[in-house]
Ligand binder design. Structure first.
Ligand code: ZN
Length: 434
């Protein structure tokens, strides 16, 4: 930052003279957005619907009032740009999404956009700029509950949305994504043609601030973390262990094909593998979120003939994900053989892990040092738009802000002091991107 004629050298000594982000602006926006998208219990901002549009309008108005250049792309993503003084042809993006799940919390997504705006607006008003363009990016449709597809907005921005996704129906209205886009005056045909709205090679960095959706920062007593990777997944969403229903008193153990015992054995075997891999320092989560017998057929006096269960494995390390996948296969086969049951895993689904940019991590670690914040790096267990940018070869990074009570619920609780600390770190880090 700095160096151009007539432009204050805001970050010649990074952090020392850069204008403070306008935290008050973000705070006012959080309140207005909460009021305008309240649903009685939490907030609801349907993708390509009323709540999300309301958020986009709020952010656009504030950005323009601060002198930022507004642009809406074919897919409805909003860019508010502080032009750079270096004519580099490159842009640093500070982005996140503005949709929410139904009855969601106020901060998931919005925090990243408001943090970007707090920085760009303050710098614009102070007459500062970076060599590169700095754009606040409000993305559409990150939450996959509205349309059964992830990262719609960021994929549209990069020309990566498969055209068939435009025919997906929104869960509440039944209307297609393309129809909802047309209602908002957007251009689904351009999205279908795969036209990139911003070319990856012109993006210097994509940095996304987001609330943490788990308890790690609360437990560690840290306000903000850098994210080193976004976990990918391997899943059997609809697994079935098939044994044989039989009388609980009449069939000796040797003759049983007990689906519950087999399924439980599979759970404990894989849990032990998790403990072992964790002890080796590998990143992994392993969850059996669904596990049930058939209420139409089960009974206390019957050996269960069927158990339905799901398996969700995540890691930000591709190698660990592959190891865990192979272990799941092996134990499925062994359990089936030992317990005399059949295991139908159903089709596997999954996503690729995304690594955050090492150079950006180093830059932001140094920024943390300069601000007197302790170094803290962690993976993201949930998916984020940063994964789309990283996958497209854009140097990407995420910052997590401490947040109580998880997310995707009305009880998300981010302290404004933590948000301010994270936003200052974002500003300091961005000013240091070479
Ligand atoms: Zn989010």
């Amino acid at each position: 930052m700095g160096g151009g004629a007539g432009i204050p050298t805001a970050a010649a000594v990074p952090g020392a003279t850069a204008p403070e982000p306008d935290i008050g602006l973000a705070e006012r926006l959080f309140e207005r957005l909460r009021r305008q998208t309240a649903d009685g219990r939490g907030v609801t901002r349907a993708a390509f619907g009323e709540g999300e549009q309301c958020a986009h309008d709020l952010v656009a108005a504030e950005g323009e009032a601060a002198g930022l250049r507004k642009h809406v792309d074919a897919g409805g993503n909003l860019y508010l740009t502080l032009p750079g003084h270096g004519a580099t042809g490159r842009t640093i993006l500070l982005g996140s999404h503005l949709d929410s799940v139904p009855m969601g919390g106020n901060y998931d997504g919005a925090a990243g956009v408001f943090a970007g705006l707090a920085i760009a607006a303050a710098w614009s008003r102070a007459g500062c700029s970076l060599a590169d363009d700095l754009a606040v990016l409000a993305l559409r449709a990150e939450e996959s509950n509205w349309f059964p597809f992830s990262y719609i907005g960021s994929r549209m921005a990069l020309g990566l949305l498969p055209p068939e996704a435009l025919e997906l129906a929104r869960s509440d209205t039944g209307s297609s994504l393309a129809e909802h886009m047309r209602d908002l005056g957007l251009r689904p045909q351009e999205v279908a043609a795969g036209v990139p709205q911003i070319r990856p090679e012109t993006i210097r960095a994509y940095v996304e601030l987001h609330i943490e959706q788990g308890p790690v920062l609360i437990e560690a007593d840290r306000p903000v973390a850098l994210v080193d990777g976004i976990r990918g997944s391997f899943r059997y969403r609809q697994m079935r262990v098939l044994g044989e229903y039989a009388h609980s008193g009449a069939v000796p153990r040797a003759y049983r094909h007990d689906a519950v015992v087999a399924a439980a054995d599979l759970v404990t075997r894989l849990h032990r593998e998790w403990l072992r891999l964790e002890a080796e320092g590998r990143d992994l989560t392993l969850t059996f979120g669904q596990f049930y017998t058939d209420p139409a057929q089960h009974a206390f006096s019957k050996i269960a003939g069927e158990v339905s269960l799901s398996l969700d494995i995540r890691s930000h390390e591709a190698k660990t994900l592959e190891t865990a996948r192979a272990l799941a296969h092996r134990h499925v086969d062994e359990v089936a053989a030992e317990h005399g049951v059949r295991i139908d895993t159903g089709p596997p689904t999954g996503s690729t892990p995304a690594l955050m940019d090492r150079t950006l991590i180093q830059t932001f670690l140094t920024a943390k040092d300069a601000l007197g914040l302790e170094r803290f790096v962690m993976p993201s267990g949930a998916g984020h738009d940063a994964a789309t940018f990283a996958g497209a070869g854009v140097p990407s990074l995420m910052l997590f802000v401490r947040n109580r009570n998880g997310s995707h619920n009305p009880d998300e609780a981010m302290e404004m002091d933590d948000f301010a600390a994270a936003t200052r770190l974002l500003a300091e880090g961005v000013a240091r991107i070479a």
